[in-house]
Design a protein around this ligand. Sequence first.
Ligand code: MN
Length: 747
Amino acid sequence: MNKEALDKAAQDERDIVNRYRALLRSMEGKADNKDKKMVREAFNLAMDAHKNVRRKSGEPYVLHPIEVAIIVSKEIGLGPTSIAAALLHDVVEDSDYTLDDIERMFGEKVSRIIDGLTKISGVFDQNVSVQAENFRKMLLTIADDIRVILIKLADRLHNMRTMSSMPAHKQLKIASETLFIFAPLSHRLGLYNIKTELEDLSLKYTEPEVYRDIALKLKASKAGEIKYLKRFSSRLRDSLKKENISFTLKERTKSIFSIRRKMVNQGISFEEVYDKFAVRIIIDSTPANEKSDCWKVYSIVTDHYRPSPERLRDWISAPKSNGYESLHTTVMGPEGHWVEVQIRSSRMDEIAEKGYAAHWLYKEDKSATDNLDLWLNRVRDMLENSDQNAIDFIDNFKLNLFSAEIFIFTPQGDMRILPKGSTPLDFAFEIHTEIGAHTLGAKVNGKLVTLSHKLNSGDQVEIITSEKQHPKEDWLNFVITSKAKSRIKQSLKDESNVIIGKGRQVLERKLNFIKMRANDSTVQRMVNYFNLKNPNELFYKVGMGIIDNKHIKEFAKDNSGGLYNYLKNRFVKTQYAKESDKATAKKSKVPLKAGDARILVFGNEEEKLDYKLAKCCHPIPGDPVFGFLTSNEGIKVHRNNCSNAVALQSRYANRTLKATWVKADHADFLVNIIIKGIDTVGLVNKVTQIISNDLSVNIRAINISGDDGIFEGNLTLLVTDKLHLLRVIEQLKKVEGVTSVQRKTGN
Ligand code: MN
């Protein structure tokens, strides 16, 4: 080895030792000598397994498991078993050591976690189309040991933190997947810090410009805002001290991702997001007194500043189902600025920061265990239903993750947590499948309501059942919980199986009657003849009487010529199908000029392929975009920030195509922009004049509404590219009375 290589090796070793020491420091107070020995052995094994291997960034590979272990220990707060497992998480997959070796050296507990981690790792690291199915598997492992998921989250977090050395298309895929699965999952587990960091890092790669822009603006306004908040909180500090309350008060910033979400959801600019900054008061209290102490602080805060009644959030009396406890209020600070104040005890704060699961594992707190079990049971419930396909499953899972929660009471006063928007039927299925299936009606707070009535938090619901009642197809239109949905579908399926069985017998009898043989080939011919999907559909339609004697006779007549006629029939049919395919293909092609196709190229080979621009987000040249291979409409091009994109990228990674703009032609592209302003005389005229005369842009549609002196315009324009659009926006912003001009994002 030459001197340079020796220096590098020495530096690597110093780095490794430093980080390992940091890991040991993070364990202080929660590990005895035996634990420390286990962690040291895990470290030694990881060193050996990954020796001479480097990451894409060039650093020794073993630094990755060490960093993951530090996250597991410091940021999630897990104990020695998990720390050892984190150190070993890539060993079985990447080296010759086997699971048996791990079990021999570290015992069954650690090896079971490693087994879980190895099983789910292939799922996310490759380009898999069956990712949704694997996600289901991953959640099944939760049921075994939640530590598997927590370590996987730490692994993902470290990979996201060190993603800059990856190629761009991989960054995009990994970031989308993180937004799609890992951020919601960490939210569900109550790991708020990790969730926030995952979201911010994802945004950095999915929408780098937006990320940079918000980060810069935030930095610029931070000093002033913090100064304001210090002034705001100094009055509170004094009063809290006077009351002898022991507390910590922090001024904090909203995450970049959540600012972005607010801007998009409410269609507002960075400057218009009013609660970018918040104050958090953490009090020292005992579990017996913490609730009343929090309310005491609330009363001190509201003595100084007027609260907004709609914005009081009490998650102390009824914690969120992921365990989050806190009291939030938004008050009017000096100079008329709204400020959010969060009040909680240090125990609540620990749960909020590190997550419920970790808290539960570490403290072995009984009440926490109960709630976590409840959640795990719900997850298991969803998983057990094998009927649901994996994609539906994820949709439902996410729906249940993201939606806000409401609290509903049984007539006996038991509380159930349901997602917002739930109906009495959801509630009935939540209580018991049999009750749900036989629901005839419901009373909410003593009054009869329809089954599709939306419940509110605090409602007391009584379900009226009848033995004669059975699940109806239209119930699926308004239930929202995955439990209710899957149970109704299952029941409808059982019912249709009965009809199919009956239909099969009826058909056999009728065919015998007209002297046709009721064998597979006749059935298949009938399926083709009636243009059905499969024999079951035929039996079902016969069973329901949709296909009756008349139809069967027609079939018999057309098929009397035997095989020849049958083949002829089929031939003509397929021929016809082909023709009509062509016709629709021609018709559905977007009216683009011949040259347009050359603008976008796909894949690493930069191939020229036919494509269509997605209607949900109207991409124009210059936008970061990707291609998505649809099942019947060829390639559709979406903007990277289209709200469909995250789901598509993540779910169907194998159907997404890299897309690059190579040459902006003079084709026109549709964009939607929204103009807001104060409704002055002649404003509309001025706007349209600028667009069509000064900039000679074509207006496709214009929709302007005025309300109380506020003007809002929705314009659909034809522009040549992004630059062109930016010029239009800049010009419009200059019009007197116009307060904001924005391009509409997503759908
Ligand atoms: Mn890893």
